[in-house]
Design a binder for this molecule. Sequence first.
Ligand code: UT7
Length: 327
Amino acid sequence: MALKILGTGSYLPPRVVTNDDLSKQLDTSDEWIFSHTGIHARHIAGEDDCTSTMATKAARAAMAVAGVKPEEIGLIVVATSSPDYNTFPSTACLVQAALECPSTGAYDLQAACAGFVYALDQARCWCKVNTTKKAIVIGAETLSRVVDWKDRSSCILFGDGAGAVVIGEVPGEEGPDSHTVLWADGHGAGFISREGGARRPHEFGTVAIPYLVLQGHDVFAFAVRALVKVTNQLCEKLGTTPSELDRVFAHQANGRIIEAVARRMKLPLEKFYLNLVGTGNTSAASIPLALDEAVRKGELKDGMKLVLCGFGAGLTYAGTYMQWPYL
Ligand code: UT7
C-alpha cells in the first residue's frame, strides 16, 4: 500500500484588491506593502462566498482530478481560523452536505496558518487505518471578514481562498518514507489573537469588535526560527539534507520571512515556491493553494522531495516531508 495525494484543487474568489486599491482608503502605498511583504494583490470573497463555499469549490476540483465519487470519501477535515459559524456547526459539516458525501466524518481543525499541515497529518493517520476510503483535506479562509480594515499593519497582509487535496491508500504500490512534525508554543498566544470566545469575562480586553490583532515583529522572528527548525528536523529524520530538497512549500505569510529562511538555511530562494504576490497571506489555505498552482503549472514531477511547512497563531508550527505524490 502507498498513501498518495490523488488530486489537488483550489478556489480564489474573483474580486482582486490591489495595494493601490488599499492606498485609496488607508495611509499606505504599493511601495511600502510590496517592499515589506512581497504582496501586490489579494483575492477578497464577494457576498456569495464564505469559507464553506470556497472549501467546497476547492474540494470539488480536487475530487474531479482524483476521480473519486462522494461515496468514496470517509473523512473531511477543514483547517480554518475563519469558520462560517462561531463556533458550531463546523465548516466541514457544511462542506459534507454540499458535496453530498453520504458516509463520512467531518470536522474543523484550528491550528491557524499551520492548520493544513496538521490536518494533512491527521488524515494521513486516518487513511492508514481506513485503507478503503479516501479523505479530503482542505485549508480555507475568509480572513477579510475578521481583519480590521482600518489597521494598516495587519489588513494589508491577508487574502481569501481555499485549497484542497484528496488522499488515500493505493494498493499494489510501495511509497517512500515520509514524516511530519507538529509543534506548539502557547506562551506566544498573544502574538496573534482574536477575541470572541468563551473565556472568563475578566480576561477579555476592551476591544469592542473581535478583529484579528497581530504583533508583527514577534511573529516575524518566530516564523523564521520555526520554519528553519521544522525543515532541518524533517531532513535529519529522513537522513537527507535541505540542499537535496527539490521544493519547499512554506506558508505564504510574507516574502521577507521566506527570504530570511532561505538565507539562514543557505538555500537558493528558487527552492521556495512563492505565489503570495497575487494572493496575500491566506492562512490555512496558503499551502494547498500553492501546491495546486504548482501541480497545474506542471512543476511537480513524481519523486520530487518536498517539504510543506507552516506557522501561525497559537503559536503553532509544523512540517511534512514527502516525495511527490506519496505521503
Ligand atoms: O500568517 C501569520 C500571520 N502574520 C505574519 O506572518 C506577520 C509577520 N510580520 C510581518 O509580516 C511584518 O512584521 C509586517 C508586514 C506586519 C510589518 O512589517 P515591519 O517591517 O515589521 O513593519 P513595522 O511594524 O516595524 O512598521 C514600520 C513602520 C511603522 O512606522 P514608524 O513607527 O516607523 O513611523 C509603521 O507604522 O511602517 C509603518 N507601517 C506602514 N506604513 C505604510 C506599518 N504598516 C504600514 C503600511 N503602510 N501598511
